[in-house]
Design a protein around this ligand. Structure first.
Ligand SMILES: NC(=O)c1ccc[n+]([C@@H]2O[C@H](COP(=O)([O-])OP(=O)(O)OC[C@H]3O[C@@H](n4cnc5c(N)ncnc54)[C@H](O)[C@@H]3O)[C@@H](O)[C@H]2O)c1
Length: 364
């Protein structure tokens, strides 16, 4: 079945599915990500992507989550433009650009002129570009310049260009230390770090700009996202990639602290599904947790990875300050309003990731 898909010709001189890894394609099918069936079948039988849909801009589209959103949009027949300064990504979208499947603007969201240019003809914005948590800690000014002012550039330019909807990638980090679990969207925002503060301020600025605007907007607060194509220096979720890499090299995973710190690990396919549901939805002005709703400790992750990789090694523990001790999201709003339910357990997600790392070790 898949072989025949790979051989489909297209007007782009490339079969769409050959630009997705086998794992991505299988996963999309397996997880029943909400694809537009009509467009999907059109692509399948004609070997062409439908081009009658509108233009979507993905900022940070060369990064981890952005890349997966780009793939989902292409599968649904949208035209896609990526704005990225490649400050962090390993150019996930290179093949897509080379084959003419997407348009790339190499530029910085701090630059308002570039942002305005990137908004031309755009109907939907997925704002993913951001400076990550550990870099923000080291260079707090970048948190303000990119995550806040850069985001303000995106919001303002989107409104003045008549963009229909903005979907903003925020973070569970805005909650800070948990006061209760599971954390719902009304949980207090106890921001401490520059990353958390910059993301929360950006949320507030989005609300402010949208007061009298026609543009619809949705904020998605992602909890620890993991999956293939993730940068190995991602702060929290990097534990997964770094553990897998260590075990591949025959070394034991190294755990900071006791390993009892927990996270709500969320497979990237669910984050994509939430973005597509937000795109389809008529609602506006809402904030959603995007998470699995399950708590997994770092120690459990290490043990699972060792088990999946058939290793009899034991994790080693080192003393280090741990920023957040526990995380578990309340995802009832995500389920009831956007209809997104977790489909990939941590065991399944890790299994897929381990297979991908084994197949493409150089990508990690
Ligand atoms: N991955 C997670 O676990 C997680 C959790 C919560 C929230 N988020 C949020 O989700 C979004 C995507 O995260 P990710 O994991 O894909 O990150 P990522 O670092 O893989 O991707 C971010 C992309 O933004 C680009 N970028 C950075 N600064 C830029 C600038 N000034 N101008 C243009 N492009 C710029 C980078 O080059 C990179 O391609 C971010 O906004 C992040 O804050 C991620």
């Amino acid at each position: 079945m898949q072989k025949s898909l790979y051989s489909l010709p297209t007007r782009f001189g490339l079969d769409f599915f050959s630009v997705c890894s086998t794992e991505t394609y299988n996963r999309a099918r397996y997880l029943k990500i909400k694809v537009d069936i009509r467009n999907f079948l059109y692509t399948l039988f004609s070997g062409r992507l439908m081009e009658n849909k509108e233009l979507a801009l993905v900022t940070g589209g060369a990064g981890f989550v952005g890349y997966h959103i780009v793939l989902a949009l292409l599968q649904r027949g949208y035209k896609v433009r990526v704005l990225d300064n490649f400050s962090r990504s390993c150019n996930n979208v290179k093949v897509l650009v080379e084959k003419g499947l997407i348009e790339l603007i190499k530029g910085d969201i701090k630059n308002l002129d570039v942002v305005k240019k990137s908004m031309n003809g755009v109907s939907y914005v997925f704002h993913e570009a951001a400076v990550c948590i550990n870099r923000c800690k080291e260079f707090p000014m970048e948190a303000v310049e990119v995550n806040l002012i850069g985001s303000m550039n995106i919001f303002q330019a989107a409104i003045s260009n008549g963009v229909k909807k903005i979907i903003f990638a925020s973070t569970s980090s805005v909650y800070g230390q948990p006061e209760y679990l599971p954390m719902d969207e009304k949980h207090p925002t106890n921001c401490i770090t520059p990353y958390e503060s910059s993301k929360l301020c950006a949320e507030h600025m989005l609300r402010f700009f949208m007061q009298n605007a026609k543009t619809k907007w949705i904020i998605l607060r992602y909890f620890n996202v993991y999956g293939n194509k993730q940068s190995t220096d991602a702060y929290y979720t990097s534990v997964i990639n770094s553990f897998i890499k260590k075990v591949l090299k025959g070394e034991a995973p190294v755990i900071n602290g006791t390993g009892e710190q927990s996270m709500d690990f969320t497979h990237v396919s669910q984050v994509v599904e939430a973005n597509m549901a937000a795109l389809d939805s008529e609602i506006s002005g809402e904030v959603f947790n995007v998470a699995s709703g399950k708590e997994t400790t770092v120690k459990q992750i290490a043990e699972l990875i060792l088990q999946l990789m058939s290793s009899d090694m034991k994790p080693t523990f080192v003393k280090r300050e741990v920023l957040v001790t526990r995380r578990r999201a309340d995802i009832s709003k995500l389920k009831s309003i956007l209809g997104v339910v977790p489909k990939v357990s941590i065991e399944e997600g890790l299994k897929m990731l381990v297979e991908d790392v084994k197949k493409n070790p150089d990508a990690y």
